[in-house]
Design a protein. Structure first.
Length: 168
């Protein structure tokens, strides 16, 4: 499995890490928050062609912002996520990639169902509503800058960045 991910700037990433650390007050070790939004999860057999195609799409875009505007609990998977608005460049890029690769994307990154997000908490034992309320109580909407798209191969025990493109 290969993911195309939009990397957010370090300061915005740190804001999300700070939110995730609120879980400590609930006896839950904080999750390692990777400051990114998954655009597509490719499950096909020609990773090089997928990356090349994505880079062609991305060559038409420069750096852009996304506006994180809410914290949500998603069920039935029961995770807490920071959600940016599904508009502008990020939505256009995802739409272009998913149109060309729909048959080879996982069910969560298909064009119609894709929901941009950054996962903050994954813990089946957590009292998600209380944790989410605490996060929502301190959360303020903010704009994050995206200036790089990475391609990472996902393994059971981690991931490996295999390529990237800087957005100018």
């Amino acid at each position: 499995m290969l993911c195309a991910i939009a990397k957010i700037d370090p300061a915005s990433s740190e804001r999300l890490v700070t939110l995730a650390k609120l879980t400590e007050g609930f006896g839950i070790p904080p999750r390692n928050v990777h400051g990114h939004i998954t655009l597509a999860t490719y499950t096909g057999d020609d990773e090089e062609r997928f990356i090349s195609s994505c880079k062609t799409v991305l060559s038409g875009y420069g750096k852009f912002s996304v506006c994180y505007d809410k914290i949500e609990v998603w069920s039935p998977s029961t995770i807490i996520v920071a959600v940016p608005q599904k508009e502008g460049e990020i939505a256009a890029i995802q739409r272009e990639i998913s149109r060309g690769w729909a048959a080879d994307l996982d069910k969560w990154t298909q064009g119609d169902v894709w929901q941009p997000h950054t996962t903050l908490v994954v813990n089946p034992q957590a009292d998600f509503n209380s944790v989410a309320e605490a996060m929502q109580g301190v959360f303020e909407p903010f704009a994050a800058q995206v200036d790089k798209i990475e391609f990472s191969r996902v393994y059971e025990d981690g991931y490996e960045i295999v390529d990237f493109i800087e957005l100018l």
